[in-house]
Design a protein around this ligand. Sequence first.
Ligand code: SAM
Length: 298
Amino acid sequence: RFEPTYGSVATMDKLKNNWFTESCEMWPGGTFSFEVKEVLHEEKSQYQQIHVFDTTSLGRVLVLDGIIQCTQKDEFSYQEMISFLPLCSHPKPEKVLIVGGGDGGVAREVAKHPQVKEIVQVEIDAKVIEVSKKYLPFMAVGFESQKLTLHVGDGFDFMKNHSQEFDVIITDSSDPVGPAVSLFQENYFALMKSALKPGGIVCSQAGTIWNDIDLVSNTLRFCRNQFPSAAYGYASVPTYPSGQIGFVIGSLDHNVRFDEPKQVFTREDEKAMNLRYYNSDVHKAAFVLPTFVKYRLA
Ligand code: SAM
């Protein structure tokens, strides 16, 4: 649907007078800008243009093909929510698959969950992993977990070769532009369904209600077509377009209540796991939708 903005020129055109401006066909007519102190890294990998900036107000920022992936200031909100919404909706999340997540932030969060014994991750771009280890150690610390086995490859292809293996699958992908397009299609949800153990749960990055309600609605429909239970929950992330991002979550359990976490963390648990955004009340509230979204997604 969208033309990727491959190439150094396209991205660096967005950097003028030390201000980087993020714009994309997915949210036409609006931009988000931040002031850059230093371009720490710039390269074109086999899959995408990679930039890491040091900034005056957001800390370090990872940009792929001109689109912000995460900033040091607010990444914890996204990483905690995409991880703990599905993990705490599952009665015993022992084996978890992460698709994408090349910055390591989701692995960092999933590894904290006391019931998780084994994490498998498949990220398509080895360069994103390498660059994150060098410049974004506060997220890439996730790659150091003893629970993790990391593969470099396409998440869609990986899924074809795995059956009834995982309790939870988290898809931490970039937007549906470039290599992530296949991760937003219904056949991907069908493949994930086959890769889950009975009662398993999937959770995918699924866009914002303000800029692309069609993407949210389509992704939820694909999930509903494959899973007996499905919902859209969201988090506040100020540096994503419109400051909001959501997750489509689906379960093989007919009776699951996503807004009633199966594991409720105490304040001591939150401190021990260094949770700064997620708590059990935020979990419940994440599925309460504004009127225009509630009826659009009904
Ligand atoms: N939190 C971010 C967001 O919502 O924009 C996503 C961060 S993470 C860096 C996204 C990762 O997905 C990228 O490193 C990208 O290489 C990876 N990715 C994209 N398509 C993929 C695919 N088909 N299989 C595996 N990983 C993929």
